[in-house]
Design a protein around this ligand. Structure first.
Ligand code: CP3
Length: 353
């Protein structure tokens, strides 16, 4: 980082509503950003992606910068999330996989044996220079708006690697988990090292917060989460603790896991829309929360969206810190203007006395 960029990031750490809320400090307004804000519904995203496969776009510095900036320019959100995907570090170390439109990540040779596990090598800085260059470029372009880096958590990435693609029931993943715990822990340990390194490289390049997505952890019972998953998520979050940026941890359907996901080492716990935010705040203890408007509400009339958003903001006042977000990613058919109106509403909202 140049000195100017470093000064800007120090200023931003003190004043950014997003970073303040993550750290439990009073922000000047409730900060808001949206999971999956980069891409999806934006016409300018669809235009730039025309003819470029998803994974190729993730390794093109100019495209990562432009797509990351698009929602910031359009909606005025309080944070950018860098355009990439949770499978990008796996692709970068040579795993044969693709992101199939409408389906998601598909792995050619699913990992189900110790021999196959041997193919998962460590992530080296040289594997992702086009990406860290993009992060560096973005920090300059964003000025005071913080950039969120991210990675997939060990369980969610293991599910794609073991199943070979998306799965409703994670049957093969759990078959390995229950049937061969030694191989399971070796696999999750490998993934934890890769995910931790991916986060570290993003932070070193200038990301000022990170989010660890354990999207599918809600498929686990609390005791299985503790036995088979939590130690590995903990390893990822602990591996960047020395870099002193807020760590957000999120999963879908994780109401029963919220306290555990916090204790795994999160500063901010992401909450989906199935759990009332007030309830979630009780479960995460002395940590900030992020969430949790149902993404389908953006298809409702504006006054309904805003009434529900007001409830979320009011509930969030009881938290150590609250970052407004959806309870999962922006749905592809969402009207971009509805997102802009929601940002304006959250920013202008005056709390009830
Ligand atoms: O949040 C953002 O705006 C940043 C970009 C981002 C993408 N994927 C871009 C993307 C992030 C943070 C992700 C994370 C991700 N990827 C997760 C965790 C978050 C979550 O939603 O739970 C998961 C589980 C994945 C795996 C994945 N990649 C899925 C399920 C899909 C969707 C498949 C589909 O087409 O419905 C993808 C593809 C993907 N990742 C797209 C984008 C913009 C769509 C690809 C396209 O536009 O062609």
């Amino acid at each position: 980082m140049t000195n100017d960029v470093r000064d800007a990031s120090v200023d931003s750490a003190l004043t950014s509503p997003f970073l303040r809320a993550c750290r439990g400090l009073e922000p000047s307004h409730t900060p808001v950003w949206f999971m999956r804000q980069a891409g999806r519904s934006l016409p300018e995203y669809l235009a730039i992606r025309e003819g470029v496969p998803m994974l190729e776009s993730c390794f093109r510095t100019d495209m990562v910068v432009e797509i990351t900036m698009q929602p910031v320019r359009r909606h005025g959100v309080d944070a950018a999330i860098f355009f990439s995907d949770i499978v990008v570090p796996l692709k970068a170390i040579g795993v044969d996989l693709d992101i199939v439109p409408g389906t998601g990540p598909v792995v050619a040779d699913p990992i189900r044996s110790a021999d196959q596990l041997g193919t998962l090598r460590d992530l080296e800085p040289d594997d992702v220079t086009s990406i860290t260059d993009a992060v560096r470029g973005l920090v300059g372009e964003l000025g005071g708006t913080p950039l969120i880096g991210f990675a997939g958590a060990p369980f969610t990435l293991a599910s794609y690697l073991v199943e070979g693609g998306p799965s409703r029931d994670h049957r093969r993943t759990k078959e390995l988990m229950y049937g061969d715990p030694d191989l399971w822990h070796a696999l999750l340990g490998r993934i934890a090292a890769i995910a931790g390194q991916f986060l570290r490289l993003q932070i070193e390049a200038g990301a000022s917060a990170v989010q660890l997505f354990d999207s599918w952890a809600g498929a686990l019972s609390p005791s299985d989460y503790d036995t088979y998953v939590r130690p590995h998520s903990e390893e990822v979050l602990a591996s960047v603790a020395d870099l002193d940026v807020p760590r957000i941890h999120f999963g879908v359907g994780t109401g029963e896991l919220l306290s555990r996901m916090g204790e795994a080492g999160a500063d901010v716990v992401g909450v989906d829309w199935r759990v009332p935010l007030a309830e979630a705040i009780g479960r995460v203890g002395d940590r900030a929360v992020q969430g949790n408007l149902d993404p389908t509400l953006l298809f409702a009339p504006t006054e309904v969206v805003h009434a529900r958003a007001a409830e979320v903001i009011e509930a969030g006042r009881a938290a150590k810190g609250h970052v407004f977000n959806l309870g999962h990613g922006v749905l592809p058919a969402t009207d971009a203007d509805a997102l802009t109106r929601l940002v304006d509403f959250v920013h202008a909202y005056e709390p009830e006395a």
